[in-house]
Design a protein around this ligand. Structure first.
Ligand SMILES: [Zn+2]
Length: 159
């Protein structure tokens, strides 16, 4: 989704009665961002506060200087940041698509996915929780199904 499409989605969902928090979770942005999109007066207020803060703290100017995103070279990011929001979102969508495929098509557990993709179990579980919150469909599994799948993988020497 382009930024413009995300804003349009936010407006559409807001009309349908979704809360800013629910919209933010679906779009993978912060609640504050959603509020800024939907409320021009609040957006203007945020810009005024930021501008005033910068004027009042000129000695911190260097901290606000930005560099090109190391990944796309298009967006500007703060020094030391690995990727801009757009690149982070793109990377996350690719990661989530991979998890969805492994989970639903290959019937792998979070533990097996962590093992296969070289990530920690809690990182994968964090992703699956966020995916579900954002409306991705991961086949539900009972605790005992998960345990059985993991046991089978251990038995095959894959875990
Ligand atoms: Zn980037």
């Amino acid at each position: 989704m382009t930024p413009q499409q995300r804003r349009e989605k936010a407006a559409e969902w807001a009309k349908r009665g979704l809360t800013n928090g629910a919209i933010a979770a679906r779009l993978g942005v912060s609640t504050t961002t959603v509020r800024r999109w939907l409320n021009p007066a609040y957006a203007a207020y945020c810009r005024r506060v930021t501008a005033a803060h910068r004027r009042a703290n000129p000695e911190k100017r260097k901290l606000w200087d930005t560099v090109p995103c190391p990944s796309c070279k298009k967006q500007r990011v703060e020094p030391g940041v690995e990727a801009c929001r757009a690149c982070q979102r793109e990377a996350r969508e690719m990661r989530w698509a991979e998890i969805e495929k492994l989970w639903n098509d290959e019937n792998l557990t979070a533990r097996a996915i962590a093992q296969l993709t070289g990530r920690t179990l809690s990182a994968v579980e964090g992703d699956t929780a966020r995916m579900r919150k954002a409306g991705w469909k991961l086949r539900p599994r009972t605790w005992s199904e998960t345990a059985k799948l993991n046991a089978a993988l251990v038995h095959e020497g894959n875990l």
